[in-house]
Design a protein. Structure first.
Length: 94
């Protein structure tokens, strides 16, 4: 038995769409429906390209260790920005 299913890789544009919809708190199923994809494809994509809960838009072409290191730096920067915003909010209250 042969099925004639055609598989498509997720494009850079689709990755951007996923990132935007995740920021808007869409579920995996809602994202999949909006993109015309199966929800498991979306789930796999997000798991594959996330670190520390942050979804990234990169290709698979980056070397894994370099990519992992970049994600660690990005996570630390994001944490620092959140700390600075929190500090600024506290200062504004006084």
């Amino acid at each position: 038995m042969s099925t004639n299913k055609k598989y498509r890789h997720i494009t850079k544009t689709e990755r951007l769409e996923i990132a935007i919809l995740l920021e808007k708190n869409y579920s995996y199923r809602e994202i999949a429906k909006a993109m015309g994809r199966h929800h498991t494809n979306i789930s796999r994509e997000i798991k594959k390209n996330s670190a520390n809960g942050i979804y990234t838009l990169f290709d698979d072409n980056l070397e894994p260790l370099t990519f992992r290191r970049f994600l660690q730096i990005l996570y630390r920067l994001r944490q620092k920005i959140l700390e600075l915003e929190h500090t600024n909010n506290l200062e504004a209250l006084h």
